[in-house]
Design a protein around this ligand. Structure first.
Ligand SMILES: C[S@@+](CC[C@H](N)C(=O)[O-])C[C@H]1O[C@@H](n2cnc3c(N)ncnc32)[C@H](O)[C@@H]1O
Length: 193
């Protein structure tokens, strides 16, 4: 999938132009600190949200156009947006993060790439660190739809992090973008080792 072409064409249908309401609610209710990574950050709204809540956050995205647009939207945070592949993070990103914030990155990836996604989290999150996810739960595609978003069930999510992580929070958030009400799950996983 050519993500940069999607940004160049302006076909970013998932982008709501604002930070995720469940992520905002979570960060308002839980004081997190340290370094945070937002993989597949797109236009960077969750990076801006994390910085506003005191995290030393950076956003990583494989699409250079998406990163340039994030930098233009949030010029004061421009240095916090980096082009790169979360499956093969640069040396300085490895084992560097206390927190990873997930928002519509996993559901944007074909199911065959989920093991690579898990590998990217393992390479960047410190042992004891938190993976705070607003996971888009979308078990069935609409007729004629090919994805993204790709089908993702709670079972799939549990299986992906069954070993090496423990669930520390898990609920259907009561804050959501209008079209996502009841379709997201706020699940926080702690990396054990
Ligand atoms: C569905 S979009 C979500 C963007 C953003 N999180 C949001 O909520 O607006 C998925 C994002 O993941 C990025 N992406 C896909 N594969 C990636 C990879 N291997 N490494 C880093 N970013 C990736 C895409 O370029 C795209 O910006």
């Amino acid at each position: 999938m050519d993500w940069d072409e999607i940004y160049r064409k302006g076909e970013v249908f998932w982008n709501k132009g604002a930070p995720s309401p469940p992520m905002m609610q979570y960060l308002e209710q839980h004081k997190l600190s340290g370094r945070a990574l937002v993989p597949g950050c797109g236009h960077g709204h969750e990076v801006a949200l994390a910085v506003a809540h005191g995290l030393d956050a950076i956003g990583l995205d494989i699409a250079p156009t998406g990163i340039a647009e994030a930098q233009a939207l949030y010029p004061k945070l421009a240095k916090r947006f980096i082009t790169g592949d979360m499956f093969k993070p640069a040396a300085e990103l490895r084992g560097a993060f206390d927190v990873v914030l997930e928002h519509t990155c996993l559901s944007g990836l074909a199911p065959t790439l989920r093991a690579d996604y898990r590998g990217g989290i393992d390479l960047t999150l410190k042992p004891g660190g938190l993976l705070v996810g607003v996971w888009f739960i979308n078990p069935d595609l609409d007729p004629g739809d090919e994805g993204p978003p790709f089908p993702l069930s709670v079972f799939d999510l549990t299986a992906l992090f069954a070993d090496g992580y423990e669930i520390v929070e898990d609920y259907v958030p009561d804050a959501a973008f209008e079209t996502r009400v009841g379709r997201e799950r706020l699940r926080v996983l702690r990396r054990k080792t």
